[in-house]
Design a protein around this ligand. Structure first.
Ligand SMILES: CCCCC/C=C/CC(=O)SCCNC(=O)CCNC(=O)[C@H](O)C(C)(C)COP(=O)(O)OP(=O)(O)OC[C@H]1O[C@@H](n2cnc3c(N)ncnc32)[C@H](O)[C@@H]1OP(=O)(O)O
Length: 393
């Protein structure tokens, strides 16, 4: 499943390549001073776009759209679409960002861009990174099993391992499989410089036919099922936090048995900034782990903890220098994986079982509250700000 903005953008961008940008036909009035780019060059470039062999990606299509509008209509002169009209707002932002660029310069830029795209689509370099090409969904999670350890690796480093809807499903399936496989320890970790940047905010951009209400209902069901998998996981569960962690990737840590972190990691739950409320049972586990006032500072005010602070508060088991993190942690986990599996499982059960029912109740309540939050103006505005690149943490 693709995210909201991505999907919306893809939908209009694909139309954009089929018909000349879904804007008025090219009966252009391009008089004025001598131009380096003739109307014929420009018309040719518009036609050439439709013949590109490779999809140039959404960013480029957005650039083409904006240049086309500027070249044909001049500076953006239409009212800004509403905050929830994501597609048109993204297009408007791109056009508006060209400011007072002249029609002539926009035409030239458009022709230059198309000519670069045509050249690269004629001679593709296999070594060139396919930045705009979408990875198959299955690549965003990599599951391996070795030395008695099943490792579930978030593998979307270019998006800081933000969790798409598909990834929630894949992680649930991986946990189900790991609970039954031969391994004795299960590890969750990330690829690249981040552990995980939390929920992919574009998940909220795909508003289904039932509207915001239906989107919030589906989100709450998915979140509840996802967190339940952590509550019920029967074997020792270890987080190897290889970098900064945000949102839901932090809150579920309270349901892990052990959390190892690089000293580069940070722990951030910016729910108030996003008009959202705590999940992952953190409204229960965090006060229990670190005391209610420290938990409030994280969950209400969004205080970001360093790895050392998170360790001092009991959320992290141990912090390692980044240079030796992987080596030290995996050596230790390999040694632990030689311990008797049944004994470890039984010990986990006796530690966790007492509060399992409570955790399910907490999870259900947090999802109920979030379902309402996701329909609030505060939340929608925060997400729209992020999607329009105006805000980040
Ligand atoms: C089923 C629903 C369940 C819902 C459960 C609810 C969970 C709540 C949460 O998880 S709340 C937390 C949500 N996360 C965020 O708010 C983080 C948003 N991201 C950022 O603020 C920043 O990206 C950053 C601080 C994580 C990293 O900043 P940096 O400058 O180092 O890197 P970039 O911003 O350039 O990021 C690289 C690209 O990755 C995209 N990206 C990063 N995080 C997310 C995200 N959470 N959602 C969507 N996209 C994300 C970012 O947009 C860049 O993409 P681009 O290269 O295409 O521009």
């Amino acid at each position: 499943m693709a995210g909201l903005a991505g999907r919306l953008a893809r939908r209009w961008c694909s139309g954009l390549l089929r018909s000349p940008l879904q804007v008025p036909a090219l009966g252009l009035h391009m008089g004025g001073p001598a131009m380096r780019t003739s109307q014929k060059d420009f018309n040719n470039a518009v036609n050439q776009v439709k013949l590109l062999k490779e999809d140039p990606g959404n960013e480029v299509k957005l650039k083409l759209y904006a240049l086309y509008k500027q070249a044909t209509e001049g500076p953006c002169n239409v009212p800004k679409p509403g905050v929830l009209d994501f597609i048109n707002k993204t297009k408007w932002d791109a056009w508006n960002a060209l400011g007072s660029l002249s029609k002539e310069a926009a035409r030239q830029n458009y022709v230059d861009l198309v000519s670069r795209l045509s050249a690269s689509s004629e001679s593709p370099s296999p070594e060139a990174p396919a930045a705009d090409r979408k990875q198959p969904e299955s690549d965003t999670l990599v599951v391996t099993s070795e030395d008695g350890i099943t490792t579930i690796r978030l593998n979307r480093p270019t998006k800081k391992n933000a969790l798409t809807n598909q990834m929630y499903h894949d992680i649930m399936a991986a946990l189900q499989a790991a609970s039954k496989d031969e391994s004795v320890i299960t590890v969750l970790t990330g690829s690249g410089d981040y552990y995980c940047s939390g929920n992919d905010l574009t998940n909220f951009a795909s508003v289904p036919p039932g509207g915001l209400e239906e989107m919030a209902r589906r989100g709450a069901v998915l979140l509840r099922d996802f967190v339940n998998c952590f509550i019920d996981f029967p074997k020792p569960l270890v987080a190897v936090v290889n970098g900064p962690a945000v949102g839901i990737s932090v809150t579920v840590l309270g349901l892990f048995d052990v959390v190892y972190a690089t000293d580069r990691a940070t722990f951030h739950t910016p729910f108030s900034h996003l008009g959202q409320s705590p999940e992952g049972c953190s409204s229960y586990t965090f006060p229990k782990i670190m005391g209610s006032s420290k938990a409030a500072e994280m969950l209400i005010f969004g205080k970001k903890l360093t790895a050392q602070e998170a360790c001092a508060q009991g959320l992290v088991t141990e912090v390692f220098p980044d240079g030796t993190f992987q080596k030290e942690v995996w050596a230790r986990l390999k040694a632990y994986s030689k311990l008797p599996p049944n004994t470890m499982r039984i010990s986990k059960q006796i530690i966790r079982n007492r509060e399992r029912e409570t955790l399910h109740t907490v999870n259900a309540e947090e999802c109920r509250v979030l379902r309402e939050r996701w329909q609030s103006d505060e939340c929608m505005n925060a997400i729209a700000s992020f999607l329009s690149r105006k805000a980040k943490l």
